[in-house]
Design a binder for this molecule. Structure first.
Ligand code: HPA
Length: 271
């Protein structure tokens, strides 16, 4: 596995990715940030050795290298989800590759449902903690000692330093940034009313189908990370409205400007 990471990283470096400081994972409907990057290289995932193979519904993924706010970034446009059939090591593989390419921080975005009923569609939520209900994680199996310790500490899964920077930026930009606990569910179906009630009872503020495998991998690597959810639907178990993915993507698209603005400013703080 370690060899595969190094081979993938060498490929990426050999085709022109020199130094890079920040890694970014762009969630569903949140690819817009790429337009602010002055792009030097676009590398389709399919060209990178050992990258997971695309599923039918997921074919446009690429790694984007360039400059944002004078900072060299490596951005993943499109991520791998458990519900598509990937295992957790495959999902986390790009994080390990970006780390091997030199990133010092990882910024993650996703679309999620609001289970805290004080939060509304279109709000942004800084993830301060998470609950993993996926049936596994990327660290199961022999530990890759070169990458990190067998029993990684998870007392601060989302870097306080990065979270504090985001809080300050949101305040300065007058963007309302909620905070809360993200729960990852397997998907691909959305939750039933009873499931939303349950997720709220156990302490969740938002639910989505991604992010936690990447965050676990980042913590194993000792790579500081932070994550922001765009809340795309309100999950009130007593008044649950039918929702479809097109609507989720449309709401994500509308809130995207705020997210792009936060991440862009954060990146400029990270050189
Ligand atoms: N549940 C799970 N994932 C989601 C949701 C949701 O309600 N909304 C957006 N992603």
């Amino acid at each position: 596995m370690e060899e595969k990471i190094l081979e993938a990283a060498s490929y990426v470096k050999n085709i022109g990715v020199a130094e890079c400081t920040v890694g970014i994972i762009l969630g569903t409907g949140l690819g817009n940030l790429v337009q602010s990057i002055s792009v030097e290289k676009e590398i389709p995932y399919s060209e990178i050795p050992h990258f997971p193979e695309a599923t039918v519904e997921f074919h446009s993924g690429k790694l984007i290298y360039g400059t944002l706010q004078g900072v060299k970034v490596l951005a993943m446009q499109g991520r791998f989800h458990f519900y598509e059939g990937y295992d957790f090591k495959q999902i986390a593989f790009p994080v390990c590759v970006m780390h091997a390419c030199g990133i010092k921080s990882l910024l993650i975005s996703n679309a999620a449902g609001a289970i805290n009923l004080n939060f509304k569609k279109g709000d942004l939520m800084l993830i301060t903690d998470h609950i993993n209900t996926f049936p596994g994680n990327p660290l199961i199996g022999p530990n890759m000692d070169e990458l990190g310790t067998r029993f990684p500490d998870m007392s601060q899964p989302y870097s306080n330093e990065l979270c504090n920077k985001l809080r300050l930026i949101a305040k300065n930009q007058q963007i309302s940034l909620k905070e809360g606990v993200y729960i990852a569910a397997q998907g691909p179906m959305l939750e039933t009313p009873a499931e939303y009630r349950y997720l709220r009872l156990v302490g969740g503020d938002a639910v989505g189908m991604s992010t936690i495998p990447e965050v676990i991998a980042a913590n194993h690597l000792g790579l500081p990370c932070c994550a922001v959810s765009v809340l795309t639907d309100e999950c009130d178990p007593d008044n649950l409205q039918p929702i479809n993915i097109e609507e989720i993507i449309a709401v994500a698209g509308k809130a995207e400007l705020k997210l792009t603005s936060l991440f862009t400013e954060l990146v400029s703080n990270l050189n």
